[in-house]
Design a protein around this ligand. Structure first.
Ligand SMILES: Cc1cc2nc3c(=O)[nH]c(=O)nc-3n(C[C@H](O)[C@H](O)[C@H](O)COP(=O)(O)OP(=O)(O)OC[C@H]3O[C@@H](n4cnc5c(N)ncnc54)[C@H](O)[C@@H]3O)c2cc1C
Length: 391
């Protein structure tokens, strides 16, 4: 259930592993799978929705996957191995996967329901934001995480003046430290994006539609378009109603099995070892494991995903790999900061091996760093050269 990257990858893998099995893919949205990261390019006008939709309906048919777009699962009865659809139909199954993804979190700010205030998760969201961008002049993005910064870049490309509001002390607060955050803020401001940090939005105001934001600092920001990019909430309702173990996400073990027999979960909906990854590489890797275990229980084990994030903002090169925060041991963090040159580099070393890196403004050495993180080989005397590769 759910035809995003997690559901599609699982369905395709099931088809390969069990060519004779009947595979049904139920998807709530009416349009076939599209690449969510591509929504940023659709928002900026660089791509169309068709450009980011790799699989036409004929693809599902060719794969032998019974595909049902526009059809939401509304109930699950694990004891009877049955799923109920919004159309009123009932489906029976041997194994079922919950790949229902996540939805954007809408912070409960007064005025958040005014016309002109959006979240950004689906193709329909982007269509609505683009329509609004045609009539608005100034945009406010609430949240200075990955999505907020990329949305800001796209809205700037639409010709709007753009302010990003981040309540922490710098953008990408969880990935960067103060120095790196300040370098990034400077880079974004160089692109004409104002970044306000250390204060949050008290209220959104306007007569009949959003016109301004009032900040906790007292400052008022004029904005006819507001995008809330304040994180995601895994879709867990179906699982919770079926009495499955649910915490932040649907709790799964290393086989991607939930607490109910025959029910698996993966992707943004799933929580593994207390963690909801919220990124495509994790959704893909979990889907491979889920599919293998759905065909032959116990045949595959998930051991976590090396996190990597690349900021897709033209003019700002930023790559975060692996663990970007030290766990507190001495000598774990190695940094090189050049605020004037607009670059920042941090390497995280644990027990002699490279476990994470942040490269901002200068991505040289990326390949070697990736290899060392993936292999876990001792970093040894390579560290100075990795830290300042141009010396
Ligand atoms: C704008 C944007 C940019 C992003 N950029 C990146 C990036 O650069 N790199 C990266 O790694 N990640 C990125 N992400 C995150 C990435 O898109 C998600 O991690 C990924 O989509 C998760 O896949 P999923 O299949 O688990 O969930 P989803 O993509 O959310 O798919 C879940 C699907 O389930 C369907 N569904 C929900 N409930 C039901 C139901 N009851 N019945 C049937 N169907 C249902 C939904 O309609 C949806 O199609 C981005 C996200 C957004 C929104």
């Amino acid at each position: 259930m759910g035809g995003g990257i997690a559901g599609v990858t699982t369905a395709r893998r099931l088809r390969n592993l069990a060519p004779k099995a009947q595979v049904t893919l139920v998807e709530a949205e009416p349009r076939p799978y599209y690449l969510r990261p591509g929504l940023i390019d659709v928002l900026s006008g660089d791509k169309s929705l068709d450009d980011i939709s790799p699989y036409p309906l004929s693809w599902y048919e060719g794969q032998g996957i019974e595909y049902r777009p526009g059809s939401a699962a509304v109930g699950l009865q694990p004891a009877l191995r049955r799923v109920f659809l919004s159309s009123g139909e009932e489906l029976s199954y041997d194994r079922v996967l919950l790949a229902t993804g996540a939805e954007a979190f809408r912070p409960p700010i007064p005025g958040a329901d005014l016309p002109g205030v959006f979240t950004l998760r689906t193709a329909a969201d982007v269509e609505r934001i683009r329509a609004r961008a045609e009539v608005a002049h100034a945009a406010l993005v609430i949240g200075g995480g990955w999505l907020g910064l990329e949305a800001a870049r796209a809205l700037r490309a639409c010709g709007l003046s753009v302010v990003v509001l981040e309540r922490s002390l710098w953008p990408l607060f969880r990935q960067l430290d103060r120095e790196g955050g300040e370098v990034l803020k400077g880079r974004l401001e160089g692109l004409g994006i104002r970044v306000i940090v250390g204060t949050s939005c008290r209220a959104l105001e306007g007569r009949g539609q959003v016109e301004r934001a009032v900040l906790e600092s007292g400052e008022k920001i004029e904005a006819g378009l507001v995008v809330m990019a304040a994180g995601i909430r895994p879709r867990t309702a179906l699982a919770a109603e079926a009495d499955l173990a649910v915490d932040r996400g649907i709790v799964v073990d290393e086989r991607m099995a939930t607490s109910a027999p025959g029910v698996y979960a993966c992707g943004d909906a799933a929580e593994w070892q207390g963690r909801v990854y919220g990124i495509i590489p994790a959704a893909r890797e979990q889907a491979e494991v889920a599919a293998a275990n759905m065909v032959e229980p116990g045949s595959a084990v998930y051991a976590g995903t090396v996190v990597q994030n690349r900021l897709k903002v033209a003019g700002v090169d930023l790559l975060c790999l692996g663990e970007t925060q030290a766990q507190g041991g001495p000598g774990e963090e190695h940094r090189l900061v050049d605020p004037k040159g607009g670059s920042y580099r941090k390497l995280v070393v644990r027990q002699g091996s490279l476990v994470g890196a942040i490269l901002l403004g200068d991505l040289s050495g990326e390949g070697a760093i990736r290899e060392l993180i993936a292999s876990g080989k001792p970093v040894g005397g390579l560290l100075p050269a990795l830290l300042s590769p141009r010396d």
